[in-house]
Design a protein around this ligand. Structure first.
Ligand code: AG3
Length: 286
């Protein structure tokens, strides 16, 4: 007998992954949580039917959401990570000794529990003494913060369900306020390829452009997400993602990465013509 997990990427396209077994299936107060073991991709975390990560390709997403801003900002001490209960972003952040304090705000305690139990490779640094976990809605958490963080990483789900509030103008405005005067916000920015995702992507970009003086989009290839072509947003008060990239400083650290390199960093901001066009459509301020 063969067991398959499928995620619909559009009403007419789906990605199917053969699984050996299901390690967890539960309904939390916020969502359905499933964890599978698969021969090709290792363990897979699925929330409400959407793949959040697979052990095989999560390094791409987590390296790109963390090392891009870290190679630009000269001195990140305090970081706020929103979502990301799997711990992947935290694992990459803890590689930097100058990071003193990481607030991880995850709405669903059950996601953290599940990942600690079944995804030790991503959750391994959630117990680092610099990490403070808050089980709260990120939208609410950030409202009361002012001038506190050097970096905010928005590692959300798609813009429906519990993650919806993390794509609103109010949220981006509050992130701006929560950042110090040279702070950076990075967010997972959906895919430009299929229509529904592209619409979400444009909507998020418009709101971020309206909230931050510098706002650029970069890309990565993430095989298990819809279309495999994924975007990230880089929004900042002072630093430019390419002009302020310090290749020497980052290389000197000798961090080991499997996807990110400072060379790739620069290339990641060169977007295909159709993506530039999508983004430009919402960049004009009215
Ligand atoms: N964040 C979710 C990315 C969106 C995936 N979408 C999808 N499969 N339809 C990933 C969390 C990893 N820390």
């Amino acid at each position: 007998m063969e067991l398959w997990f499928s995620e619909p990427h559009t009403p007419d396209i789906k990605l199917s992954i053969r699984v050996d077994r299901q390690l967890l299936s539960m309904e939390s107060d916020f969502q359905r949580i499933d964890i599978f073991e698969s021969p090709e991709l290792g363990r897979i975390l699925v929330l409400d039917g959407y793949v959040m990560l697979t052990e095989k390709d999560e390094f791409i997403y987590h390296e790109m959401i963390v090392h891009v801003p870290m190679a630009v900002h000269p001195n990140v001490k305090r970081v706020l990570v929103i979502g990301a209960g799997d711990g992947g972003a935290v694992r990459e952040l803890t590689k930097y000794p100058e990071v003193e304090h990481i607030d991880l705000v995850e709405i669903d305690e059950q996601v953290i529990k599940a990942c600690m139990e079944y995804l030790p490779r991503t959750a391994c640094k959630l117990t680092d003494p610099r990490v403070f976990i808050h089980y709260e809605d990120g939208l609410k958490y950030v409202r009361s913060k002012e001038n506190e963080y050097d970096l905010i990483i928005v590692d959300s789900t798609d813009p429906f369900g519990p993650g919806e509030g993390l794509f609103t103008r109010e949220f981006y405005g509050n992130c701006y306020k929560a950042l110090k005067e040279d702070g950076i916000m990075v967010n997972q920015h959906e895919s430009p390829f299929y229509e529904a995702d592209a619409t979400a992507c444009m909507r998020a970009h418009k709101r971020i452009v309206e909230s931050f003086p510098i706002s650029r989009v970069y890309q990565a290839h993430i095989p298990t997400y819809p279309s495999g072509h994924w975007l990230f947003g880089f929004a900042s008060k002072r630093y430019h993602p390419i002009h302020d990239l310090d290749v020497y400083r980052w290389t000197e650290r000798g961090l080991e990465t499997r996807y990110y390199t400072p060379r790739l960093h620069q290339g990641a901001f060169c977007l295909p013509a159709y993506v530039e066009k999508l983004l430009r459509m919402v960049e004009v301020r009215d």
